[in-house]
Ligand binder design. Sequence first.
Ligand code: ACO
Ligand code: KIV
Ligand code: MG
Length: 552
Amino acid sequence: MLRDPSVKYRPFPTIDIPDRTWPSKVIATAPRWLSTDMRDGNQALIDPMDAEKKNRFFDLLVKIGLKEIEVGFPAAGATEFDFISSLIAGNRIPDDVTIQVLTQSRRDLIETSFQSLKGAKQAIVHLYNAVSPAWRKIVFGMSRDEIRQIAIDGAKVLRDEAAKQPDTKWSFEYSPETFSTAELDFSVEVCAAVMDILRPTPENPLILNLPATVECATPNVYADQIEWFGRNIPNRDSVVISLHTHNDRGTGVAAAELGLMAGADRVEGCLLGNGERTGNCDLVTVALNMYTQGVDPKLDLSDIDEVVKTVEYATNITVHPRTPYAGDLVFTAFSGSHQDAIKKGFAAQAARNDELWEVPYLPIDPADLGRSYEAVIRVNSQSGKGGVAWVLEQDKGLKLPKRMQADFSRIVQALADETSRELNAADIWGAFERTYLPAANDRFVLRDYEETGAAGDRRFVGRVAIDGEERSLSGRGNGLISSVIAALAETTGPALEVVDYSEHAIGHGADAQAATYLECRTADGRTVWGVGIDSDIATASVRAVLSAANRA
Ligand SMILES: CC(=O)SCCNC(=O)CCNC(=O)[C@H](O)C(C)(C)COP(=O)(O)OP(=O)(O)OC[C@H]1O[C@@H](n2cnc3c(N)ncnc32)[C@H](O)[C@@H]1OP(=O)(O)O
Ligand SMILES: CC(C)C(=O)C(=O)O
Ligand SMILES: [Mg+2]
C-alpha cells in the first residue's frame, strides 16, 4: 500500500501573479522552433546516435522546416565534435538554418565548443548552469552569488571566443537550468547578469531559455513563471524567451502551449517527445495542435510516417501507437458508435461544398499528414454496422442500404466473437460472399435466363439448378424482379414479397458492375436480404432474387 505521500513530498508553491493575462490569450502565430533531438534527445538514448543517424535526422529536420537545430554537445567527445565539424566542412547547413551547440559553463568545454563550430556561417552557442535551490545545495554546494558567477564567467568566455572567430555570425543562448524550480527573482538576476556581459540588442537578441528541466508542477504554474519572467526581465525587446519543457508529469506539451500564451517566442523540444526520462516537449504535437486551430505552424508534417520512420531508426525507440498525430492507431476507430459518427462525418463532408473539416472523432484530416482513410475504421467485436459498411464500401465499393447493414453486421459480429480478433477487409468480404453471393452448393443456382415482354408486363424464362437438379422456370410480372419471384413461386421455392430495392454502380467505364440489394419478406414474416452483383444490371437483379431465395 502507498504510504502517506505528504510525509515525503511537498506541493509545488503557486506563483503570486493575480493579474496574470495568459489564460485569455490564444496562440495565433507559430513560434521559433528549436529541435534538440540531436542533443537532449540524443543524450537520453541507450545508444546515442552515430554520425550516420545524426545525418539522417539532420536531413529530416531541415526537410520539415526547422530553422534552428541543436546538433550536439561538442565537448562530450569525438563523435559529437566530429559530426558538428563535418556538417560545416561538408557544407550541409542551408543558409536559412542555424545550428546550435550546448556547453556547460566551463572554460575548456566552451573553447572546445567554439572549435567545433569553426567555419560556420552562423551558429548559436548555448550555455547553461543550474540555478534552483536543490541543485545549488546538492550538486554545486554553492551560494546564489557563486552560482550567478558561474553564469557570468561562462558568458565572458562566450563573448571572448566569439570575438576570435569574427567571420561567423554568433548568437547566444543562456539557460538557467532548473528554472521552473528556482526562485523567479534569482533566475531574472542571473539572466540579467549574463545580459550585462553579452549586451544583446533588438537586432541581435539573447535567447533566454527557461527550462522545466524536471516537470514538477501543473502547466499553469509554468505559464505564470513565464509571464512573471517576461514582465521582470530588463530590456525585454533584446531577449527571445524560449521554452524548454520536459514531460515528467505528462504535461510537457501543455506547459509549452501555456508558456506561449504567457508571451514566449520560441519552443525547444524533440520530434515525438523523445528526451530525458519521460521526454522533452513533443514538437510534432505542439505544431499540429496549432494546425488544428487553423494556425500555420511553419513545420511541414505532411508526411508523418517519414517522421516516425526516421525517429524510430535514429533513436531505436518505437513510437507508441497512441502517440498524438503520429501513432499507428490514432486515426482508427474500432468501436461502433465512433465508426457510425465517422462514417456520417465523411458523408456530410462529401456532401458539403467547402473545405472545413468537421468529422466527429477525427480532430484532423489524416490525409493532411499523408495518412490514408483505410485505417480510419477497423472492425472487431466492439464494432457496429456503420463500421462494417464502411469497410465494404472502401474495399469493394458496395454501399449497403441501412437496414441491410444491420443484417450483415450481425453476421460479422458473430464472426468477431468466434475468432476473438480484428477482422480485416478480406475477412469481411469473405463473410459477405458466403452470406449473399452465389455458391455452387446453393439451393438455387442461376444457369441462364431470358427476359421478354414490355414495360409493365415482363416474362422471365430461365434455367435454374434447384437442389442440384436443373429446371426450366418461367414467370410473369410487371418488372423483371417480380417475374423471377413469380417463376420461383411455381417451384418449391419460397414465396417472397419485395419490401425494398436499391442498386448502384461499382466503379466506372467498361469495368463497371451493378450491385442490387433486395429486402424481401417471406410468407412466415421473416425479412431476408438478397444481393446480386453483375456487369449487367438486369442480371444483378435476377441474382439478387435468387440470393434472397437462398437465404429464405
Ligand atoms: C539538463 C541537461 O540536459 S544538461 C545537459 C547534459 N548533457 C550532458 O551532460 C551530455 C554531455 N556531457 C558530457 O559528456 C560530460 O558531462 C562532460 C564532457 C560535459 C563533462 O564531463 P566531466 O567533467 O567528466 O564530468 P561531469 O559532467 O560529471 O562534471 C561535473 C562537474 O561539472 C559541474 N557542472 C555541471 N554542470 C555544470 C554547468 N552547467 N556549468 C558549470 N559546471 C557544471 C558539476 O558541478 C561538477 O563539478 P565538480 O566536479 O566540481 O563536482
Ligand atoms: C540544458 C537545458 C536547457 C536542458 O536541457 C534542461 O534544463 O532540460
Ligand atoms: Mg532538457
